[in-house]
Write a protein that binds this ligand. Structure first.
Ligand code: SIN
Length: 485
C-alpha cells in the first residue's frame, strides 16, 4: 500500500540510531479495532540517553548553522513531506482513523508549519534600546533555549509534531519527542524524512513509550530547558507541576469547551457550514471543536433543521475508504464518552434529532449526532465531549449567551455568527478565549497564533509568536564606551 515501505516503522530514534526495543506495545487501527503494528517501548534509560545526546548535539547545531541554513534544512524537510504525501496520509489515516482526505489535509497542514518556520528562522531579530546611562549601548539577542521536550496528542499525529518541532529547530534547539502511544507511526515517518533532509541525527530524537514514569523524565531532567505539551488539562497540570522543580519554560495547549453561537442575524448557511467543519472535523476530536452550540430562539428551528440535514449527509466508515466522510473515534473509551454524554442529556430531557447510536459493529464508531433541548445542567455543557456530538442550546439575549459561553474553566476557542458589525466587535472582545472565529469555523493556520487562556493553557504556537517560545532573550549592555578615548 505504501510506495516507501521504510516510512512505516515502529523503531525509536535515540542518539542518532534507529533502535528496535525488545519490549514493544501494540498500536490499534480504529477503523477495525485490529492491531496495526508493534512499536518500541522506550524506558527511562532511553529517555536519559536521548536527552544527553540531544544536549551535546544542540550546541554544535546552533553554533555551526545560521538561521538561513536551518531554514534551508526545514525547507528540504517540507519538500520531502509533501513529496511523500500519499504514504504519510495513509499511515496517518490507518493509525488515527481520520478519512484519507482529512489525513492528507493534515499532512499538508503539518508541512505548512515547517515551511512557515523555515522563513521565521531568518527573522529572529534582537533590538537596540536607548540606554539611560551615557556612553552605553543596550541591545538584545535571541538564543535557543536548549533541549526541548515535545509531547503530543493522537488527534493530530503529524501537525502537532511539526507545530512544535518546526520552531524549535528554526531557533537552533534540539528536540526529544514522545509521540502519542495511540498514533506513533506518523511521528516516526516524519523523523525519517527529517534525517533524509540532512538534519543532524541527534538533534531530533523520538522515544515512543507506554511507560508514563519514563516519559516523566522529559519534565524533570534538568538538561531539558523547555517542555511543550498538547493534550488534556489534567496531564498538562501534572507536567507543569513536575517541570517546576527545574523551572523549565513550559507551553501548554490543553482542553477546550468551545462555544459556537448563532445569532438571529446570522447567515444560517454559513453558520451550518462552520458548524460542520468545526464540530465534525476529525470526527469531533479536536480541542478547538465546537462543544456547545448556542442558537438564538428566532433561528433555532431553522438552524437545527439545516444542521440535521447536513449531518445526515455524512458517510460514516473506515478512514481509508475514499467515500467515507466521517471516520471512527480513536478507541473504545472515546466512544463510551460520547455515549455517556448523549444518554445523560437524553435522561434530562434532550431530544435526539439524528444519530444517538453506534450503527457500525466493528471499530470505534459513533454516529454523528445532533441533540436539541440541551440545558446547562447537562454534562455536555461542562465537559469536552471530544466526539461527533452537536448539542444545541437555545438562548434569548446576547448578554445571556455571553454569560453561558464564558461559564467554563476552559478558554481555548469560541465561534459566533452575526452580520452586525457592532456585535461582531463586542462579542469578539467579550468571549474569554484565546482564539475567536467570526462567521467561520476555520481558525487554524500556520500564520495564526494558536493557544488558549484560563485552564486551556498558555503559550502561542505557529504565527510570528511561535519562535519566541523556543528562545531566551539575552540583553547585552556595553558600557563606558568613552573610556580610553
Ligand atoms: C488540536 O486539536 O489540538 C489542534 C487543532 C488544530 O490545529 O486545528
Amino acid at each position: 500500500m505504501l510506495k516507501n515501505r521504510s516510512l512505516f516503522s515502529g523503531e525509536a530514534f535515540v542518539d542518532g540510531q534507529w533502535v528496535s526495543k525488545k519490549e514493544e506495545f501494540p498500536v490499534y487501527e480504529p477503523s477495525s479495532g485490529e492491531v496495526l503494528g508493534q512499536v518500541s517501548n522506550c524506558d527511562l534509560a532511553d529517555f536519559q540517553n536521548a536527552i544527553k545526546s540531544a544536549d551535546a548535539a544542540q550546541r554544535s547545531f546552533f553554533e555551526s548553522t545560521t538561521g538561513a541554513q536551518r531554514g534551508a534544512l526545514l525547507r528540504k524537510w517540507n519538500d520531502l513531506i509533501l513529496s511523500n504525501l500519499e504514504d504519510l496520509g495513509t499511515i496517518l489515516s490507518l493509525e488515527n482513523g481520520k478519512t484519507i482526505s482529512e489525513a492528507k489535509g493534515e499532512i499538508t497542514y503539518a508541512a505548512s508549519f515547517i515551511s512557515w518556520f523555515a522563513e521565521e528562522a531568518t527573522r529572529s531579530y534582537g533590538v537596540t534600546i536607548p540606554s539611560s546611562t551615557p556612553h552605553t549601548t543596550l541591545m538584545t539577542m535571541r538564543e535557543p533555549v536548549g533541549v526541548c521536550a515535545i509531547i503530543t496528542p493522537w488527534n493530530f499525529p503529524a501537525a502537532m509534531i511539526t507545530r512544535k518541532v518546526g520552531p524549535a529547530l528554526a531557533a537552533g534547539c534540539s528536540v526529544v519527542i514522545k509521540p502519542p502511544s495511540e498514533t506513533p507511526y506518523s511521528c516516526i515517518a516524519l523523523t525519517k524524512l527529517a534525517v533524509e533532509a540532512g538534519l543532524p541525527p541527534a538533534v531530533i530524537q523520538v522515544c515512543p513509550t507506554k511507560n508514563r514514569k519514563a516519559a516523566e523524565e522529559l519534565a524533570t531532567n534538568p538538561i531539558v530547558k523547555k517542555l511543550s505539551f498538547t493534550g488534556s488539562t489534567g496531564v498538562g497540570k501534572k507536567l507543569a507541576e513536575l517541570a517546576t522543580g527545574t523551572l523549565k519554560k513550559v507551553s501548554l495547549e490543553l482542553g477546550g469547551n468551545a462555544p459556537f453561537i448563532v445569532f438571529n442575524d446570522a447567515n444560517l448557511d454559513l453558520a451550518v457550514e462552520g458548524a460542520m467543519f468545526c464540530k465534525f472535523r476529525c470526527s469531533g476530536q479536536t480541542c478547538v471543536c465546537a462543544n456547545r452550540l448556542y442558537v438564538q430562539k428566532g433561528v433555532a428551528k431553522e438552524f437545527t433543521a439545516k444542521l440535521v440535514k447536513a449531518v445526515e449527509a455524512l458517510k460514516v466508515g473506515p478512514g481509508m475508504d475514499p467515500t467515507t466522510t466521517q471516520g471512527p473515534l480513536v478507541n473504545k473509551s472515546a466512544t463510551d464518552k460520547v455515549r455517556e454524554h448523549v444518554e445523560e442529556a437524553v435522561s434530562k430531557g434532550a431530544k435526539v434529532e439524528t444519530g444517538g447510536k453506534a450503527s457500525r459493529e466493528t471499530g470505534f464508531f459513533y454516529d454523528p449526532t445532533v441533540l436539541s433541548g440541551v440545558t446547562p445542567q447537562m454534562l455536555v455543557s461542562r465537559e469536552e465531549t471530544f466526539g461527533p456530538l452537536a448539542p444545541v442550546f437555545e438562548f434569548e439575549t446576547e448578554q445571556e449567551v455571553l454569560q453561558l459561553a464564558n461559564d467554563t474553566e476552559f478558554g481555548l476557542a469560541g465561534y459566533f455568527f452575526s452580520q452586525d458589525v457592532a456585535r461582531v466587535m463586542r462579542v469578539a472582545q467579550k468571549l474569554q478565549v484565546g482564539m475567536v472565529g467570526v462567521n467561520t469555523g476555520k481558525i487554524s493556520a500556520a500564520e495564526a497564533p494558536f493557544g488558549g487562556i484560563k485552564e486551556s493553557g498558555y503559550g502561542k504556537e505557529g504565527s510570528l509568536y511561535g519562535l519566541a517560545e523556543y528562545q531566551n532573550i539575552k540583553s547585552i549592555t556595553i558600557g563606558n564606551q568613552n573610556v580610553g578615548l
